[in-house]
Design a protein around this ligand. Structure first.
Ligand SMILES: Cc1cc2nc3c(=O)[nH]c(=O)nc-3n(C[C@H](O)[C@H](O)[C@H](O)COP(=O)(O)O)c2cc1C
Length: 584
């Protein structure tokens, strides 16, 4: 990092101006006395973490579930900055007058920052982001100075050795290097938080797209059906053309690095007349991947790739949601970081197969997640939502079905944990609800959907009392005010009547407790979809072969059959080459 991140708007300019003032102050008074500069920088840097930590803590007392990940990050950061300050006080050995100045500076900056943080949290995080970058620059110069003058390279203070677990004969150079790395991390965290808050206040962006929307023109001569399935649907402020949804469909056409391709943009654009497209399952992390060439939403390139898809759909006035996915035990060592084991609530292997680079193969032996790893995955969901928002998705859908990680936590055949995430229904549901809370800090709850498959045994999963479990889940999701509950009725892609299950109670529980819309899927055809009273019906396979499915259903036109051989992987064939309806 040799220069500051580019400011993008007026508040960024204010933040960088304040930073430049700090640099002027340091240059004027401390010139090349980098040890003292470090003390000054660490003095101001220690404050934001403390203030943010305190503010979030106050917020947290009011609503404990929210901001979980942030509290930990910011409090750790505050402690880390405190250690920087103590370390450089030991190194620079300021005299009593300088120490008094440090205290005064801290007090002044504390109040200044606290006020900014309360009223302009985004600017506050941006300021800290820039301050941290300033620290990185300063430490780089400090490092050069010490490298050129070995006399300056004193022994590392004991507190630094203990805190960073350095070698017992560590030197100042080693300390500067670790501190500089810390500051890089802090800069990133604070810029990311600022970006998140940016996104939260950018509803106008979404509004603009809605204003540009044009209804697609249907010109069929056949009679319009007497049904509301093809009329607009208002999911609060989000307007769908109709109540027909494209179900999420994995097509394995991303790059090996999980980057969506232009071909995918063309595919989704063709299907933009759906009321809502739920884009295919998309891994939130490398660990969350289980199949070859599925897309991700954790890297910048993936986010950029998705943005092109979203833009293409929006240009046609469509709405698009992204299905956030972590496969858990349904994976193979090939995809895991360092070819490690896939993770699961409990180390129980599925009788299931996945596509890897060499073809279809059994899943690998999973390991059970350590308690401390669970909040990290929740945080990855939050970050994935940040990226989805950056890419412009109107909504996100939490994939809680089909035997993947969330489903593995929910059901008692796959979750035999003895901690807070296993055992009772409440405990097994905890992971899902924490993810909902984490994502709710990025998307408002009415822009979040959740997919469940209460009676589906897809991927070797079952529960001893699914009705009670999923009634409870529907109620909880309703209480969170989610946009929709998306229910796979029966065995995914198979028998709709595989078990006796009361789906209506699920929909009612969800809506009675504050959820907005019900969405049904699995084996629906025109007749069934027009008969049901659920708000939205999702179609999977029919959308593969009929890009204009809504038009065909509405006007009672024949459907093209899908070619199963081209479902997973390949190129345009069986993907973007299915025809739109024509009379000839
Ligand atoms: C090729 C293919 C890919 C699928 N990918 C996903 C997916 O990514 N996420 C998901 O939740 N379900 C996935 N499903 C399940 C579908 O969303 C849907 O539940 C299933 O096809 C039943 O609906 P349908 O009868 O309308 O096709 C997939 C199904 C198929 C056939």
């Amino acid at each position: 990092m040799l220069e500051h991140r580019k400011p993008e708007n007026s508040s960024d300019y204010i933040a960088i101006l304040i930073t430049k003032f700090l640099r002027f102050f340091a240059d004027t008074f401390f010139s090349k006395r980098y040890g003292h500069r470090a003390v000054v920088l660490e003095t101001v840097a220690a404050v934001p973490g403390m203030v943010a930590g305190m503010w979030i803590h106050l917020k947290c007392l009011r609503k404990m579930e929210h901001d979980r990940g942030w509290i930990k990050i910011l409090l750790d950061e505050a402690e880390n900055e405190r250690m920087h300050l103590m370390t450089f006080i030991e190194i620079a050995k300021p005299n009593w007058f300088e120490r008094a100045l440090i205290l005064i500076a801290q007090a002044v900056f504390w109040h200044f920052y606290f006020i900014i943080y309360i009223f302009f949290p985004r600017t506050a995080h941006r300021i800290v982001g820039y301050f941290e970058e300033e620290a990185v620059l300063s430490y780089t110069s400090y490092l050069e100075q010490v490298e050129n003058n070995p006399d300056l390279n004193v022994d590392a203070p004991q507190i630094a050795i203990d805190y960073w677990k350095l070698k017992s004969d560590a030197k100042l150079i080693d300390v500067i290097k670790v501190v500089r790395e810390d500051e890089k991390g802090h800069a990133l965290v604070n810029h990311n938080l600022a970006d998140t808050l940016d996104e939260d206040s950018s509803k106008s962006h979404i509004k603009q797209i809605e204003l540009k929307k044009e209804e697609p023109k249907f010109e069929s001569k056949s009679e319009k059906q007497d049904t509301s399935r093809y009329q607009q649907f208002h999911l609060d402020d989000l307007i769908f053309f109709n109540r027909v949804v494209m179900a999420p469909l994995t097509r394995n056409r991303a790059t090996t690095k999980g980057v969506p391709t232009p071909m995918m943009a063309a595919y989704y654009e063709q299907r933009a007349s759906a009321g809502l497209i739920i884009a295919e399952a998309t891994q939130i992390s490398q660990q969350g991947q289980g199949y070859y060439c599925t897309p991700g939403i954790y890297s910048e390139a993936q986010t950029e790739g998705w943005k092109k898809v979203v833009d293409a759909v929006h240009a046609r006035g469509g709405k698009i949601s992204l299905q956030l996915w972590h496969v858990g035990r349904i994976s193979h060592n090939e995809f895991q970081p360092n070819q490690g084991q896939p993770v699961a609530p409990s180390a129980i292997k599925a009788n299931s197969q996945v596509f890897i680079s060499s073809g279809l193969t059994d899943v690998s032996e999973p390991r059970s997640l350590m308690g401390y790893e669970i909040p990290l995955i929740v945080e990855e969901y939050r970050q994935a939502a940040v990226n989805a928002k950056k890419a412009g998705f109107d909504m996100v859908e939490i994939h809680g079905a089909n035997g993947y990680l969330i489903d593995q936590f929910l059901r008692d055949s796959t979750n035999v944990r003895a901690d807070d995430y296993g055992g009772s229904i409440k405990n097994r549901t905890r992971f899902l609800l924490e993810i909902v809370d984490a994502i709710s800090t990025i998307y408002p709850p009415n822009r979040i959907g959740c997919r469940i498959g209460p009676s589906s045994e897809f991927n070797d999963i079952r529960d001893s009392d699914p009705q009670t479990l999923f009634n409870f889940i529907a109620e909880q999701l309703g209480q969170k005010g989610l946009g929709y509950i998306h229910v796979i009725e029966g065995q995914t892609g198979g028998d709709r009547n595989n078990s006796v299950f009361d789906y209506n109670t699920i929909y009612q529980n969800f809506k009675m407790h504050g959820g907005i819309a019900s969405m049904a899927n699995n084996g629906y055809d025109k007749h069934l979809s027009e008969k049901t009273t659920v708000d939205l019906v999702a179609f999977g396979v029919p959308f593969i072969a009929n890009p204009d499915l809504v038009y065909r259903l509405e006007h009672d036109l024949p459907l093209t059959d899908a070619d199963k051989d081209t479902f997973y992987g390949g190129a345009e064939k069986g993907y973007t080459d299915y025809p739109f309806y024509s009379k000839d």
